[in-house]
Write a protein that binds this ligand. Sequence first.
Ligand code: FES
Length: 103
Amino acid sequence: MPKYMKVAKVNEMPPGTAREFHADGKVIALFNVDGKFFAIDNTCLHRGGPLGQGALEDKVVTCPWHGWQYDVTTGQSVFNQEIRVPTYEVKVEGDDIAIGVEG
Ligand code: FES
């Protein structure tokens, strides 16, 4: 059963935005895709770039370091089906956005 940690307010993250958070010893990237929130591990699998600092277009984030791209709804690399970053559950409770981490 994951435990949920509140990391942001809904009004702090309009559609199309991305942010990084430290939660439960991890760094997690949170994205707003057309009003729905998605969370993935912040660390790019190329050389560790910060995905939460990348540009989000539709549901694809581009790593700011060398341009690898990931679907933030699944963690899947756009270019290589064998590469996927971990994803985390997100729930919205009132104005709060909470990320599910290990219980
Ligand atoms: S570290 Fe992300 S593309 Fe190189």
